[in-house]
Design a protein. Structure first.
Length: 75
């Protein structure tokens, strides 16, 4: 059961929550939409992963071209 379902089943409205925290009903609804939150988090992490892979490939190419290994050494 989601928080929005619990609120609905208990008779607490999004307006009640919005008034209590000083936000608009629209903003409260967005913040409680777990599917949207999950989707945004997943997409964000995917973008970080893609960018990290792009940077890794660029670093590998530069290291190969210059014949160096830029990985930190742990003594």
């Amino acid at each position: 059961m989601t928080i929005k379902e619990l609120l609905r089943n208990s008779g607490v409205t999004l307006q009640d929550v919005a008034d209590g925290v000083g936000l608009s009903v629209s903003k409260v609804c967005q913040l409680l939409d777990e599917e949207t939150i999950d989707s945004v988090r997943q997409h964000s992490l995917g973008l970080v992963r893609d960018r990290t892979e792009y940077l890794r490939q660029g670093l590998d190419a530069i290291e190969a071209k210059e014949g160096i290994d830029a990985r930190p050494r742990h003594d």
